[in-house]
Design a protein around this ligand. Structure first.
Ligand code: PHE
Length: 469
């Protein structure tokens, strides 16, 4: 039976939700570890290694890290649970999973909008994500060629400027990233996604540990540590809380459709609580460890931690160019960054592909090629933001920045709010209990998702738009 026809009726009782099970050829992860690797692969990405260090630098260090950790623990992790739970119980791509659960709860099928927003957000995110991922891949070769060795700050700044300033070259690297991502996704859950994360995630963790080991030898490890962990609240800026919240969403891959879709391939026997905690902890650890690998290198070379998005593309290469074995440390660093980006990119493409195969009965090949073509076109806007369209700005932001700001700053937190209300107030206690299982974990989760998450998100928003002063 076509999944779609099953869901076409707006009244689907819970038995129907059950029978909309993976039966209809829906893939499943082979093991719990496979899911953990894939979901952690989605979470750990450019967000952890590129964005987290530079926004921490821009927002003054320790106090921002504390804010971020608070957002992760009180808002991010409960929502990660909510999103994976919706996917697993709904057993379809995000729009249909939401529709099935809305029917189970006896509410309007308009709730599927939340699923749609997930698919569309994933699409938008991937269009600019692949551009930065392309820079990372290009930098493996830059580092390997020894171009950074002994180069001055101006020269390295010039190389980065030349890369992003060239629409052809950046398009080429972005296209390569998209092609690899699509090839993995087209192969399917077991042969594509599982295999890719099985190689890249252990590789990434190994390289990360090597790099921290290296950072410990720079003599500035303690300073890096202090920068990240001794809070000075006077260094926070007015927007720091919103940035911390948006980044908690971005980093945990919330509301981008990926976690919901991955959840829909998760067998019922796997315990949600432990699994979600593992993913959340690993994502946070990787961000903190990436900071501990990067800041000591920055300080040891007398560089500026608040250098912004160029931190790892300009500042770090400058350091690589000065240090012993820096050429190879640089290659390792950018290989790690590329792995991290690819395992996230596949989770951004999967929701749309999963939806098209379900809705239209397309093969994964056809769905993958079509979706990628659309994403590729949209990505040109982000490529051009640094060259031919650099002067075109909306509220002072270029196309790339507008997409980033709209998704992390607004769409993701708002759809997080909707998911919290849906799992906390709309779905029955019996339904969520059935997914999460008994124990203190369930009660704390339900409390957080019903009260703390919505109030927290709203307060941060009202604050951002100036209502709370
Ligand atoms: N979590 C990824 C990162 O930190 C980005 C991402 C967001 C991936 C949303 C999927 C969905 O880089």
């Amino acid at each position: 039976m076509n999944n779609n026809s099953l869901l076409a009726d707006s009244v689907v009782d819970s038995a129907a939700v059950e029978s909309a099970s993976p039966a209809v050829g829906r893939s499943q992860w082979s093991t719990r570890l496979a899911f953990i690797l894939a979901a952690t692969g989605s979470a750990v990405g450019l967000g952890n290694i590129w964005k987290f260090p530079y926004i921490t630098g821009e927002n003054g260090g320790g106090a921002f890290v504390l804010l971020y950790l608070g957002c992760i623990a009180l808002i991010g992790i409960p929502l990660l649970m909510a999103e994976i739970l919706i996917g697993r119980r709904g057993k379809h791509s995000p729009p249909y999973a939401m529709k099935a659960l809305a029917a189970e709860a006896g509410v309007s099928s308009r709730w599927q909008l939340v699923g749609w927003v997930g698919v569309i957000t994933g699409f938008m995110l991937l269009s600019f994500y692949l551009v930065v991922a392309g820079w990372a891949v290009a930098y493996i070769f830059n580092a390997g060629s020894g171009a950074f060795t002994g180069a001055s700050g101006d020269e390295i700044g010039g190389m980065f400027g030349a890369l992003i300033g060239d629409p052809w070259v950046t398009t080429l690297w972005g296209t390569l990233v998209l092609a690899i991502t699509a090839a993995i996704v087209i192969k399917g859950v077991k042969r594509g996604l599982e295999r890719a994360v099985g190689i890249m995630m252990p590789g990434l963790l190994l390289i990360l540990l090597l790099l921290v080991g290296y950072a410990m030898t720079t003599g500035q490890f303690a300073r890096g540590f202090e920068f990240m962990f001794s809070p000075d609240f006077s260094k926070l800026t007015g927007t720091s809380v919103l940035v911390a919240l948006g980044h908690a969403f971005f980093s945990l891959s919330l509301a981008g459709g990926g976690m919901m879709t991955y959840g829909s391939y998760l067998p019922k026997r796997v315990s949600l609580g432990k699994t979600v905690m593992t993913i959340g902890l690993l994502d946070t650890l990787v961000a903190l460890i990436a900071g501990l690998a990067i800041f000591p290198i920055v300080f040891a070379n007398g560089l500026e931690p608040g250098a912004g998005p160029g931190l790892i593309f300009v500042t770090l290469p400058l350091a690589f160019g000065q240090m012993p074995l820096g050429q190879w440390v640089g290659v390792l660093f950018f290989v790690m960054l590329s792995f991290a980006a690819l395992t996230s990119a596949i989770s951004l493409l999967e929701p749309a592909v999963s939806w098209l195969t379900e809705k239209r009965g397309f093969s994964r090949l056809k769905a993958g090629v079509l979706t990628s073509a659309g994403i590729w076109l949209l990505s040109l806007g982000s490529v051009f933001s640094f060259n031919i369209w650099a002067e075109h700005k909306l509220f002072g932001k270029n196309f790339f920045e507008v997409l980033d700001y709209l998704t992390s700053g607004w769409i993701m937190p708002l759809s997080g709010l909707a998911m919290a209300i849906f799992t906390g107030w709309i779905m029955s206690r019996a339904a969520t209990h059935d997914e999460v299982g008994d124990g203190p974990g369930y009660r704390s989760w339900r409390f957080l998702v019903r009260y703390i998450v919505p109030v927290g998100i709203l307060a941060i928003f009202l604050n951002a738009i100036g209502v709370l002063g």
